[in-house]
Design a protein around this ligand. Structure first.
Ligand code: SAH
Ligand code: SF4
Ligand code: F3S
Length: 455
């Protein structure tokens, strides 16, 4: 038994949050206890992200603080680097950051007890091997940091898409799917524990495949576990989005009417350089189908500005794509060159930093205006909101999201976290809706009412 305390700080995407829950489980099996403060712990892990330069810079800065803490504790602190950076920079970390004791990549977490034992013996420990099979299917994630309402469930790992700009295939290895049974079992457990919303995670969920079960089957089966538990997913790829899934989403009340569908660029030449195998026109067709089949569906996207060789006209195409689609939400980034990627090997990172930044602010400004206009149209509508907690501004107000993934703030009444409430929207900003509570509700109750009186 190892009875030490550990602390994990998580950076990067939802997949990393989910991985931290797997690490919790593996360490707690050994008798170790998670703590919420680095100062109180015997072991500090930092679960890292490599997606853009600034994600890595943030981790380096944090590591400096852990180095000081280790000094203050006269060396009585173990420091471990987990996750995507572990794959990329294991040598640098082990050579330059002599206070780092272990480096463990995303497919090697089962090895943590053994690696910690090596550190106890005074050695440094590394395992950054990537696996073709590891899905941690039998590990029951321990969720120590969430709100008890929303949970992430990883359904596949790795990525084979090799988008030219992206480091993920190098940090997370080959794509593999977790067995459907193990996913459905976890959803059942989450429902028993009172969770009300689950987001299924994968780098490209469309290619989920377990025997004959594809992503559409998985989504349908997931919807049947608990009719009062919402299901979301992230992310699909525009190149092979299954149309059948749109029908399943439209038919099942607990599959949310919200799709994150990363476009990256609105120009066909840029898409080709990015190795994103779809065109602007195909993307528009897909968006049209989504809106036809799921009336009222909301959409979000990821966009990169200033990719290698991006001209002003190509940038304008991204502006016009976004203006045409009118996303409800967008995650927008300036291109950041990553080692080993195709773009780094083949193209020059030739758009000057200030041009990338200017293009980024242009798309952000346009997006904020669109979001505000779309949110204005919500005023007067009724939504079913899943309450996630108290609002940031006041304890007297609660916040939660609509089925369409919009954040709503409203007065507390006698409602609490985890309840569904029917809310009428009264006001908005570009980021948030404000509303009046009509009453406590449920997915079943709200859908029945919506059929009788459309919102
Ligand atoms: N697998 C997910 C994306 C994971 S990364 C998907 O394909 O949807 C999340 C987002 O980060 C990407 O969609 C992309 O917009 C952005 N991104 C990835 N690599 C980047 C880079 N080198 N520079 C800037 N943004 C990048
Ligand atoms: Fe990266 Fe593309 Fe895979 Fe997404 S689909 S993780 S952007 S390589
Ligand atoms: Fe996620 Fe960052 Fe890795 S976005 S997959 S933690 S590089």
């Amino acid at each position: 038994m190892d009875q030490r305390n550990f602390y994990i700080e998580t950076y990067g995407c939802q997949m990393n949050v989910s991985d931290t829950e797997i690490v919790n489980s593996i360490l707690m099996e050994q008798g170790m206890q998670p703590v919420q403060e680095p100062e109180q712990s015997d072991i500090i892990f930092i679960n890292t992200c490599s997606i853009r330069e600034n994600a890595e810079t943030r981790v380096w800065n944090r590591l400096k603080e852990f180095r000081s803490l280790k000094k203050e504790k006269d060396g009585n602190l173990t420091v471990g680097v987990l996750g995507c950076m572990a794959e990329r920079i294991r040598e640098t970390i082990m050579e330059k950051e002599e206070f780092v004791d272990l480096v463990v990549g995303p497919d090697a977490y089962r090895d943590l007890p053994k690696l910690l034992a090596e550190v106890n013996d005074g050695r440094k420990a590394v395992n950054v091997l990537l696996s073709q099979e590891e899905t941690y299917a039998d590990v029951k994630p321990v969720r120590t940091n969430d709100n008890g309402v929303n949970a992430f469930v990883t359904i596949m790992r790795g990525c084979d898409n090799m988008c030219a700009f992206c480091v993920v295939p190098f940090t997370r290895g080959r794509e593999r799917s977790r067995p459907m049974e193990s996913i459905l079992d976890e959803l059942g457990r989450l429902s028993d524990q009172g969770y009300k919303e689950v987001t299924l995670l994968g780098q490209n969920v469309n290619s989920y495949l377990d025997k004959d079960n594809d992503f559409t089957t998985l989504m349908y089966e997931a919807s049947q576990i608990d009719p009062e538990m919402r299901i979301r997913f992230s992310s699909p790829h525009p190149k092979d989005f299954p149309e059948e899934l749109l029908h399943v989403i439209a038919e099942q009340p607990n599959l949310c009417n919200y799709i994150h569908i990363p476009a990256q660029s609105g120009n066909n030449d840029v898409l080709e350089r990015m190795r994103r195998p779809y065109t602007r026109e195909q993307y528009f067709d897909l968006v049209d189908r989504m809106r036809e089949i799921i009336p009222g569906v909301t959409l979000s996207t990821d966009i990169i500005t200033g990719f290698c060789g991006e001209t002003e006209e190509e940038h304008e195409d991204t502006m016009s794509l976004m203006a045409k689609v009118r996303y409800d939400l967008a995650y927008m980034f300036a291109y950041s060159e990553r080692g080993r990627t195709l773009a780094q090997r083949k193209y020059e990172d030739d758009v000057p930093e200030e041009v990338k930044k200017r293009r980024l602010s242009e798309i952000i400004e346009q997006q904020m205006n669109i979001q505000e206009e779309l949110n204005q149209q919500e005023i007067g509508r009724r939504h079913l909101v899943l309450i996630e907690g108290t609002s940031k501004r006041s304890d007297e107000q609660l916040c939660g999201r609509t089925d369409t993934n919009k954040m709503v703030v409203f007065d507390r009444h006698d409602l609490k976290k985890g309840d569904y409430a029917e809310v009428r929207i009264t006001d908005c900003t570009s980021a948030t809706l404000m509303g009046d509570v009509i009453g406590k509700s449920s997915i079943a109750g709200f859908s029945k009412k919506a059929e009788a009186v459309p919102a």
